[in-house]
Ligand binder design. Structure first.
Ligand code: PGA
Length: 251
């Protein structure tokens, strides 16, 4: 079965109007190169840039996502500082990142995450749902238990997995340059697949990896057939490295 490989650029709090050239460069590259596997590149810039980017870039293989939506389940109203899921959708995004560890650290608890996931899906945004253990949980052999807790506390039992990408991002790997060994990843993804099948009856969940993905390590990560793509932070900010990541994956 040919599956889509996702390259999701999480720009975090970076980029400005001129950064559109990075996306244009990636688009030019995609137009000139054909790969055997299906792929999708999703750019998640800060939300202030979404409208201008989505208006300018109309490309088959490129899509857009936001890094957050409001937990308020209204399309508009007297909520200072909030951007509703509908506003994000109207700005041309089709995805949203929810549950990122950097966001959990600030203000996202399980209740908020669960609520945002349901609001996003209701507004036709697909969710890139992030899970991951921290270093102390890993050292205590609690990695998978942590992931299970994060999943069961955040996903409704009846969630439609067509609207969901699960990004496994070990917190100890984000921005550190360290990636887990292939053995470690094998275990995690096999356990995840088994657990999601048992609990949610989903056969082919879309599972991706995030945390220090670079041009150098993507080929190693590509060996794991259960990984259908990547959530890329630092290395996604420049088109040069993002293009090289895509190239090296398919090499
Ligand atoms: P990184 O970030 O690639 O810079 O480690 C990944 C992420 O936080 O999504």
């Amino acid at each position: 079965m040919s599956k889509t490989i996702y390259f999701i650029a999480n720009w975090k709090m970076n980029g400005n109007f001129h950064s559109i050239t990075e996306i244009e460069n990636v688009n030019n590259f995609l137009r000139k190169n054909v790969f055997s596997k299906l792929k999708k590149i999703i750019f998640c810039p800060p939300s202030n840039l979404l409208v201008s980017f989505t208006k300018k870039i109309k490309a088959k293989l490129i899509d857009f996502g936001a890094q957050d939506i409001s937990k308020i389940d209204f399309s508009h109203g007297p909520y200072t500082g909030q951007l509703s899921a509908k506003m994000i959708k109207d700005s041309g995004a089709n995805y949203v990142i929810i549950g990122h560890s950097e966001k959990r650290l600030l203000d996202e608890d399980y209740k908020t995450i669960k609520k945002k996931i349901s609001i996003a899906i209701k507004n036709k945004l697909k969710v890139i749902f992030c899970i991951g253990e921290n270093l102390s949980q890993k050292n205590k052999n609690l990695s998978f238990k942590t992931l299970k807790n994060q999943i069961t506390n955040s996903l409704d039992k009846k969630i439609d997995f067509n609207n969901l990408i699960i990004a496994y991002e070990p917190i100890w790997s984000i921005g550190t340059g360290i990636i887990p060994s292939n053995n470690y990843l094998d275990q995690i993804y096999q356990n995840l697949k088994k657990f999601l099948n048992e609990k949610y009856k989903v056969k082919y969940p879309v599972l991706i990896y995030g945390g220090s993905v670079t041009t150098d390590n993507v080929a190693i990560l590509a060996k794991n057939s259960l990984i259908s793509g990547f959530l890329i932070g630092g290395a996604s900010l420049r088109s040069k490295s993002l293009i090289k990541i895509i190239k090296n994956y398919f090499k």
